[in-house]
Design a binder for this molecule. Structure first.
Ligand SMILES: Nc1nc2c(c(=O)[nH]1)N[C@H]1C(S)=C(S)[C@@H](COP(=O)(O)O)O[C@H]1N2
Ligand SMILES: [Mo]
Length: 321
């Protein structure tokens, strides 16, 4: 395992889940299950009742993996959940209410291609199998805004283990749902729907590659890409594909939606690098969501210690676009 060393700077984690809340919530849920708290208790707290509609709500919050630390405050939930990129529901950032049309149950994930254990697995069965944990991650969009969020989920390496790639498998190809009936953006034929993204097998088994199933101590809200999205924080945000229905293990490098549209601006590797500008703007700094602050962008978004090794022999590749 790739050990992440604690950095000396102080961590501000006021939005993340303290242990006390974690245990009280477990107790509360045990009480509901055991019938000691009636429906009245839920009615008295409609926010809670609403959260319980997601059948996975009882799994959260999950214990935090303290190895992943931040150099900045977490972005407020109210900010991160109202400024989203999810082209299936619109090309602007205010798609949160439109995204509520996405049905997230039943939901299955097809695992196929060059694997010993191809399967179509129900999301709740997958959640039950996986070791869930919370990780505080930065997120850097290619458009030069950033946030820091407490994802819940599991290491992608665990899913790779479940699939059992054969020796021919070199890449993972991820695919988002395709349902123009509920996702108006998918009626726009000039995008090559469904959204597709890819990682190399080496990237997918790096400890930083994370499958997010929750955020802010709850199941993922739909606008974040419920019920399953990728979080690869050393890469530009477009690599972190949302609402995944299929993961294929393949020999050929997959072509993502943005690469298919404009390969001169969006490449396969898309590693964050402040020194390599986008053809139309600088990547040297970023706007921190919910603040008036700009910060210098860090190489690999600050995760070089964990991932730089993956690319050391790739001279001549477009690693930073
Ligand atoms: N299916 C899908 N996944 C997607 C996108 C998208 O439009 N559709 N946008 C990407 C981009 S560009 C970014 S920056 C992040 C935004 O994630 P957030 O809305 O949770 O902040 O999602 C990524 N994943
Ligand atoms: Mo993005």
């Amino acid at each position: 395992m790739n050990v992440i060393h604690k950095k000396p700077w102080a961590i501000a984690e006021r939005e993340a889940t303290p242990e006390a809340v974690f245990w009280n919530r477990r107790k509360f849920l045990a009480g509901v299950a055991g019938g000691s708290l009636g429906l009245g208790a839920l009615a008295a707290n409609p926010g809670r009742a609403l959260a319980e509609e997601d059948p996975s709500a009882g799994l959260y919050p999950v214990p935090r993996n303290e190895a992943f630390v931040l150099d900045r405050d977490l972005t407020k939930e109210s900010v991160a959940s109202t400024y989203n990129n999810f082209y299936e529901f619109g090309t602007h950032k205010e798609i949160a209410s439109a995204a509520q049309a996405l049905p997230i149950r039943p939901w299955t994930v097809q695992i196929d291609g060059l694997v010993d254990n191809p399967q179509t697995i129900d999301i709740d069965a997958l959640l039950a199998k996986m070791p869930l944990e919370e990780r505080l991650y930065r997120h850097r969009c290619v458009e030069a805004w950033s946030m820091a969020v407490p994802w819940s989920g599991f290491a992608l390496a665990e899913l790779v283990k479940l699939a059992g790639p054969t020796s021919d498998a070199k890449y993972l190809r991820f695919e988002t749902f395709h349902n123009p009936e509920i996702a108006p953006g998918q009626k726009q034929g000039w995008y090559p729907w469904p959204y597709v993204e890819g990682l190399s097998l080496a990237e997918a088994t790096n400890d930083l590659a994370f499958m997010a199933t929750g955020v802010y101590g709850k199941p993922l809200a739909k606008q974040f890409g419920a019920p399953l999205r990728l979080a690869v924080p050393w890469k530009y945000g477009f690599k972190s594909i949302k609402s995944i229905v299929r993961i294929s293990f393949v020999e050929e490098r997959p072509v993502g939606l943005w690469e298919a549209i404009q390969s001169k601006e969006y490449g396969f590797w898309a590693n964050v690098n402040p020194g390599v500008p986008h053809p139309r703007w600088s990547q040297s700094s970023e706007r921190i969501l919910g603040t008036s602050e700009r910060r210098n962008t860090l190489m690999f978004n600050g995760y070089g210690e964990q991932v730089a090794e993956l690319y050391k022999d790739m001279k001549g590749e477009a690693l930073y676009m």
